[in-house]
Each structure stands twice: as C-alpha cells, then as structure tokens.
Design a protein around this ligand. Structure first.
Ligand code: ZN
Length: 199
C-alpha cells in the first residue's frame, strides 16, 4: 500500500530523479513545496520551464546561454586565439570566476568514458575540430577534470590536434584526482592554469 497519495508519490519520484537527490531529500523537498504558497510554486515551476525553453548552446563555444552567441564569445577584448576546453558550463563558470583567463572556451558537455559507453561522438569534439579549422587558433588548453574520463578525453584531444600543428597544453595536475573543477578554489585553478604543460 502506498504511504502517500499518488500526487505526492509522483512529485517525490520526479524530484528523486535529480542528481544528488535521494529518496529522503526528495520527500523533504516535496513536503516543503506543498507547504509553499501556490504563487511561489507556480514561479518555481515556470522558472524551470522558462530556462528549459530559452537556454541553448552558444553556436561558437557550446556553453549554455540565452543568446545565439554567448557574452564571452561576443567580447572582442577576449583572446579568441586561445581556447580552453572544459567538460561543462559549470567548469567554465569556475574559471570565469577567477577573472584571470582572457581567452575563450569550448564546452564538451561530458567526457569520454568507455565504461559508461560515452564515446568521442557523444561530446562536442567534432564541433571543436570544426571551430579550430575555421578560426585562427594559437593554443588549446585542455582543462578537463583529472578523473580517468577527463584524462582519457585530454589524451584523445591531444592526439587529434597533433597533426593540426597548434600548441596544445594541459592544466597542471594540482587539481585533486576525480575532483570536479567547480568545487576547487580559485587559487588552485589559477595555479593549474599557470602551471600548464605543453603536450
Ligand atoms: Zn560562447
């Protein structure tokens, strides 16, 4: 027998499908939502739908943005000849917060993982190669995570870029193994960037 009404169970089910939300947290959130004024619940659900409908990939760097081209790619002050390759938009945000990187980014939206069945075709790698072939690029800085997947991806990109003849570097491994870039403090990120080595 169900403990909760089917409406509550459905809400708990939807919430627990989110990353990092277990069943207990989902229950807590569900009851919190039910306690909220109807107006606030409406705002919450509308903001989710609004973000989903209006956020898209920047057509240059593939980060999530409201416009066709994101503010970083649109900025003429940025050095468009230096591209930092990151796994996701959160990693981009972490580097952007340091305020010290003047180049532009390329967001892969994932990393190669043979174990999870994620191959080179499943991330924005082809898009990176097209971009490099169409624009004047001097250096590609690979800033994928230092996890097994991140390292595999870095090696794969380095191999792809070798025949192209542009400088390819990898951020220093001061970044804890398996650590998500977004959780690392700015000093560590800057050190990783400054200590990058050519591949
Ligand atoms: Zn962009």
């Amino acid at each position: 027998m169900e403990v909760y009404s089917s409406h509550i169970s459905r809400l708990i089910g939807s919430l627990s499908s989110l990353p990092g939300v277990g069943n207990k947290t989902a229950q807590r959130l569900a009851f919190h939502i039910l306690d909220m004024p109807e107006e606030d619940v409406r705002k919450l659900s509308e903001s989710i739908i609004d973000a989903k409908l209006n956020v898209r990939y920047c057509k240059e760097c593939y980060t999530l943005t409201d416009e066709e081209v994101c503010p970083i790619c649109r900025n003429p002050q940025r050095d468009h000849r230096v591209i930092m390759v990151v796994e996701n938009s959160r990693d981009l945000a972490a580097y952007e917060k340091t305020g010290r990187f003047e180049g532009v980014y390329h967001v892969l939206h994932g990393a190669i993982s043979p174990m999870l069945g994620i191959g080179p075709g499943d991330i924005k790698l082809k898009e990176l190669m097209t971009r490099i072939s169409e624009t004047d690029v001097e250096e590609v800085i690979i800033a994928t995570n230092s996890s097994l997947e991140g390292e595999t991806t870095a090696m794969y990109i380095a191999k792809l870029l070798k025949p192209v003849g542009i400088k390819v570097s990898r951020i220093a491994s001061g970044v804890p193994v398996g650590g998500d870039l977004e959780y690392i403090d700015e000093v560590t990120l800057l050190r990783a960037l400054e200590g990058r080595t050519e591949l």
